[in-house]
Design a protein around this ligand. Structure first.
Ligand SMILES: CCCCCCCCCCCCCCCC(=O)SCCNC(=O)CCNC(=O)[C@H](O)C(C)(C)COP(=O)(O)OP(=O)(O)OC[C@H]1O[C@@H](n2cnc3c(N)ncnc32)[C@H](O)[C@@H]1OP(=O)(O)O
Length: 194
């Protein structure tokens, strides 16, 4: 990583994000990018099983139900788990931009404890784009989508190619994904972004 500008706030000359014409329609579920993802995959028994839907702009909403396996302090969600929930919702914004990007920086503010059994209502949106850098923000509320803020984050995602995963992931899991031609085709299609 070169360290020229690693801020999570966009520079003044950043562009407004554009919703991709092939993005999921508003209200449509944004499917999991990988069934073994700890954030959104169905294949992780202790995972967060985040249910994410596309918004009308370059934004998503998601719900995360905190279970006993997500505790840090007794009866409360672990802060790293809450950061994971926001990170995963932010990662879903890839489907709105139709870009593949990974988290470079995630700055999280914890405002209220989140009890086990509660539902965290997450809203995430892209705020700006500058070259490969995608600036985004997320907030998690308790009691409903308009409830009090429990946790929020600003993030900088960096656009990557599919090769980022192929070259860096453990061979077993990469091979399993590569054996599914639909998964590879879908991922490669994101590289052709008009
Ligand atoms: C067949 C298989 C299909 C699989 C299809 C799956 C697709 C589905 C993917 C969705 C996934 C989402 C899931 C949830 C979100 C995660 O959890 S993502 C996982 C956590 N994140 C990571 O692992 C990223 C690790 N970091 C890296 O790999 C590298 O540092 C990066 C981010 C790719 C950047 O490296 P690079 O491409 O060499 O870029 P580099 O030239 O160093 O930097 C470019 C610019 O970004 C800035 N920058 C770079 N890194 C950082 C940083 N960490 N902080 C701040 N600024 C940074 C640089 O300063 C530079 O700025 P300028 O000089 O242009 O001003």
């Amino acid at each position: 990583m070169s360290a020229t500008n690693t801020a999570v706030q966009p520079p003044a000359d950043a562009a407004a994000p554009v919703r991709h014409p092939e993005a999921p329609a508003p209200g449509e579920p944004v499917g999991s990018h990988y069934e073994n993802c700890f954030g959104c995959g169905s294949g992780q028994p202790h995972g967060l099983h985040l249910a994410t839907r596309a918004g009308e702009g370059v934004n998503v909403t998601a719900e995360f139900t905190v279970r006993p396996e997500h505790q840090g302090a007794p009866g409360l969600a672990h802060g790293g788990i809450l950061a994971t929930a926001l990170d995963d919702a932010l990662g879903s914004l890839n489907w709105l931009l139709r870009t593949i990007s990974v988290t470079g920086r995630l700055e999280t503010d914890y405002r209220r404890p989140v009890p086990v059994g509660s539902v965290l209502h997450i809203a995430a949106e892209v705020t700006a784009v500058a070259g490969r850098k995608i600036y985004a923000t997320a907030v998690g509320r308790l009691g409903g989508p308009e409830g009090p803020v429990a946790v929020r984050a600003d993030a900088l995602f960096i656009e990557v190619k599919v090769d980022h995963f192929i070259e860096n992931g453990r061979k077993e899991e990469i091979q399993a994904v590569m054996d599914d031609p639909d998964a590879v085709r879908q991922a490669r299609a994101f590289e052709v972004n008009p």
